[in-house]
Design a protein around this ligand. Sequence first.
Ligand SMILES: [Zn+2]
Length: 599
Amino acid sequence: MCCWLLAAACHRPAMQNARRDIHPFSNPEQIRVRHLDLDCEVLFDRKILKGSATLSVDRRVDSGAPPLILDTRNLRIEKVEVAGETGAYSATKFELGAGDPILGAPLTISMPPAAAKVRIEYSTSPEASALQWLDPAQTFTQSQAIHARSWIPLQDTPGVRMSYSARVRTPKDLLAVMSAVNDPDAPRTGDYNFQQHAQIPSYLIALAVGDLQFRPMGNRTGVYAEPAVVESAAKEFEDTEKMLKAAQDLYGPYRWRRYDLLVLPPSFPYGGMENPGLTFATPTILAGDKSLVSLVAHELAHSWSGNLVTNATWSDFWLNEGFTVYVERRILEKVYGRPREEMEAVLGRQDLEREMAKLPERDQILHIDLKGRDPDDGATSVPYEKGALLLRSLEEKFGRERFDAFLREYFNHFAFQSITTGIFVDYLKKHLPGAQTQVPLDEWLTKPGIPASAPRPVSDAFTKVAEQARRWAAGETPATKIETAGWTTHEWLHFLKSLPATIGGDRMRELDKAFSFTRTGNSEILEEWLIIVVRNRYEPAYPRLEEFLVSVGRRKYLKPLYEELVKTPDGRARAAAIYKKARPGYHPIAAATVDGILK
Ligand SMILES: [Zn+2]
């Protein structure tokens, strides 16, 4: 997702006016990295990357020659050299500081006054938090939030943007792809080159290597996946071009040339990651009926909200995700119609309320304080769904036409910049006068809970579904007589969410016999069903529960299921036994989440 076609707008540099990001050690206010040149070899036998990162820097202040401080985590630094704009490299002093469990370790590099480039020779560790190594040979990175530092020494803050180039060497039979424009026709040589001309934050630098095939879906859209999956993935995502067009109609030009998707193995810890030009996606959205492609709309929406206009710190994460959920639903509405959008919105609000009931007050705040915490802790449904509700609230107050024009101009004005919540608020007050009184802005941004005036999305289809669930629960309709003809995944999900908390064993069996929930291949429906299974100790589904938790590593599924399991002593024992088998297959980010639940 980079700017080949349009020059980056020249507004205030990112981070001006910005509250300092608390999650890097690095010192971009003194020296700022503007380009990364990565040269690395992917060593599957040792589960490491080995090579060099050459950083081009700009000095920000005229204060002599401050050192360059970079973020690292578990990197082995071999050698550090510096050079002027032209001329040869020479060795310089460097020091790797003490490690912090959340932040990693600062790498402090002496920078003589004329130094404009620094080259670091290094290797990663097999425990790098961004990387997962799989068998057969496949590996991928997940840099968001602060994991880029575990595979590249850099200024790991979303407030610093850089372009990058990369040379990646792999075993000959494998293909490497990156968060840049990938050449679908690249021959398999084991030696690949990439250019990302746009200025992007470190968390969007991404690499995947594996036995990947490519299938085009349109002139500028396509899918990379393992051979067994690539055909079905291309079919599932065939509406991508339509979504791209819908998004452009709403919010202005797509500035990243190509939009491709990479389908990863089931252990990918997220639904998707909006790596520019190449969304990384979980295979759990391959339902066979396009019912879960809202994820594609979501990652595509990030091409505007997040990748183009970026949160300057992880406390401003809602600027990425709240905007993206809102844009995602507008895309879905344009492509699939309003009823589909409303179903997604209702489910979103249900998820938010369900999770908020369990969250401490400090985590219910949009502009969250993450001092002393891992930014991954802030990735709850609050920045996503509460953020989207705030935007929907503004839309309802100001009308769609006016709010759409506002958003289009917002994306244009801040294109290729990283901004804070404060900068957004100033812009909002100026360009939508009265916004702070029309909606209780301060309450939205700084208080826990959901403001009473927040929109309550309604879906007529769901109202009918809820009535069916009520009738079944009241014993008025047997499961076999529930009118499910034509139900979409969303309606099935709403049905499951509408069931009473306690269901007896016979009634669980009745539902399962009628609808085969335990055997469903739709991961969203299975997840919702398995939560009910755990809550009601429905033993016939336990083998499927175990199979799901061992084979899938998507954090969104693991977290609620393990949390439900640990509520009872026997559930906790079951969770521990399953986790013992499952943990080696989880990505380090997912494992860290489950470690926290089972501790
Ligand atoms: Zn997102």
